[in-house]
Design a protein around this ligand. Structure first.
Ligand code: NOJ
Ligand code: CA
Length: 508
């Protein structure tokens, strides 16, 4: 039995609840819908789910604008449904991670309403008010990070939309209030948090103009202040005070693995951080090789445990980013689930869904991120397991062929491939916890060895549209193949175009 915490062994699945499963026919996924589909997740073989925000919200940014951190938005259900989700998931051995959004609230949050009421408000300093704006730029709409408040005649700061004012974490009352939020959910049994843009909570106390904003960058891409680390140490102490290896996974949206590594602290900040360069990478082994080497050298050096995510609700789906190719999406799944670290599957990638196509009428997100947020097609026939009104976004292309119901019944489907990969990982200590060593190969082939206490796997991914030889000494068998090569076949030393294989030593 290994003594590593559960999250190092885990495969984590991101649930974007409004697009997962609907039960009341309003076209928006909800908590009862997710509960009803837990057996699907169990059969897939995941260990934990991360739930994008379900808190009360005006939904200007799809729930990332929160007006009550300790209640569920009626769109998704009630607090009792969340309690039920936790217990039903735990009954199946699945952990539940909530999304914690510390950087900003909704402008409809009672704290902000009180803060903006007057310059003398008791909560004025809970947010960041200035007489003069600087040149900081906001994300989503790319405009100024400052908005003028007519009533109190000052500007307030927002790294995202004007409806998402930034909290002032330099105020100890804010720190305390947000600690109480975490305790509220930890006491209810959640197993940890994904923390939204956690690198943004500390702000430059001089409020100096940033030349990079002149060049078009937004603060979310560059904000990196020592005070954020102090905030994180406080969150870590709080979470570590609870039994059961509760986990903090930060979204550090700075596109530098070296900077990301610093947010693990000295094992006293994040347990894990997202790292975005691989998520941005095109289908190119040269780029992936550099991303992986960076992770191994920069995180490995300080025993910081890596994460791997190739898509999420803010970015294009895996298959769409790699040119719509099913072969690439399947080969990428092999890579995602065999690198050293904890992989994250974004809902629907296990079905090889492509981005939903929106037009002027169906577009919802002000940031143009609707593509990856399309509803999951459960059944082949329209409305694909969604009853009543049409879902809030159009279905992804080929919803009938890619529906869960269809893929469950097919040995060759991408869903079956994901199940095989998770199963193979569960059975191999080398894949879950072993070290990672790059192997010499053709430049278009990324190959590595995973090894741990006598258990060994070789992974080889051919990015090319032509076949390549991959000679290996000794005898190897195919454990899982991204295409239809049968498991257990002896490996013949050749990789087909855009094929990925997991190999294990042939016994005897
Ligand atoms: C990152 C989230 O993933 C994104 O969806 C959201 O718009 C911003 N943070 C603001 O909370
Ligand atoms: Ca619903």
């Amino acid at each position: 039995m290994s003594t590593s915490p559960w999250w190092k062994h885990a495969v984590i699945y991101q649930v974007y609840p409004r697009s997962f499963a609907d039960t009341n026919g309003d076209g928006i996924g909800d908590l009862p819908g997710l509960i009803a589909r837990l057996d699907y997740l169990k059969a897939l073989g995941i260990d934990a789910l991360w739930l994008s925000p379900v808190y009360r919200s005006p939904m200007v940014d799809a729930g990332y604008d929160i007006c009550d951190y300790t209640d569920i938005d009626p769109l998704f259900g009630h607090l009792a449904d969340l309690d039920n989700l936790i217990s039903q998931a735990h009954n199946r051995g699945i952990k539940v991670l909530m999304d914690f959004v510390p950087n900003h609230t909704s402008d409809q949050h009672p704290w902000f309403i009180e803060s903006r009421a007057s310059r003398d408000s008791r909560k004025r300093d809970w947010y960041i008010w200035r007489d003069q704006p600087n040149n900081w730029r906001a994300s989503i709409d790319g405009g100024s990070a400052w908005s003028w408040d007519e009533g109190s005649q000052q500007y307030y700061l927002h790294f995202f939309l004007p409806q998402q004012p930034d909290l002032n974490w330099h105020n100890p009352e804010v720190v305390q209030a947000m600690h109480e939020v975490l305790r509220f959910w930890l006491d209810r049994g959640v197993d940890g948090f994904r923390i939204d843009v956690v690198h943004c909570v500390g702000k430059d106390p001089t409020f100096a103009d940033d030349p990079r904003c002149l060049a078009g960058e937004t603060m979310v891409q560059i904000n990196d202040q020592p005070y954020s680390h102090e905030v994180l140490r406080g969150l870590r102490r709080l979470v570590d005070g609870y039994p059961g290896d509760r986990v903090l996974i930060g979204e550090v949206n700075i596109r530098s693995t070296a900077q990301v590594a610093a947010y693990y602290g000295a094992c006293d900040e994040l347990h894990m951080s997202f790292n975005f360069p691989p998520l941005d990478a095109p289908w190119d082994p040269v780029v992936f090789r550099l991303c992986i080497r960076d992770v191994e050298s920069l995180l490995g050096a300080q025993s910081a445990w890596p994460t791997w995510a190739l898509s999420n609700h803010d970015n294009r789906r895996i298959r769409s980013r790699y040119g719509g190719s099913l072969r690439r999406a399947r080969a990428a799944a092999v890579m995602l689930l065999t690198l050293r670290g904890t992989p994250f599957i974004f809902q629907g990638d296990e079905l090889a869904l492509e981005d939903t196509v929106v037009d002027a009428q169906t577009r919802v997100d002000p940031g143009g991120r609707d593509g990856s947020r399309g509803p999951i097609p459960w059944a082949a026939d329209p409305p694909h397991g969604w009853s009543g009104s049409a879902p809030w976004l159009p279905f992804p292309p080929d919803a009938a062929e890619l529906a869960v119901q269809v893929q469950q019944a097919s040995a060759e489907s991408t869903l079956t491939l994901y199940r095989q990969l998770l199963d193979c990982r569960r059975k191999s200590e080398a894949l879950r916890l072993g070290d990672w060593q790059e192997l010499p190969s053709h430049p278009q082939v990324l190959a590595y060895r995973r090894h741990c206490a006598g258990d060994e796997r070789i992974v080889c991914i051919n990015f090319d549209q032509r076949e390549h030889s991959f000679p290996m000494s000794g005898h190897w068998r195919v454990d899982v193949a991204s295409d239809t090569v049968a498991a257990n076949q002896p490996f013949n030393g050749t990789l087909a175009a855009e094929q990925a294989l997991i190999l294990r030593p042939a016994e005897g």
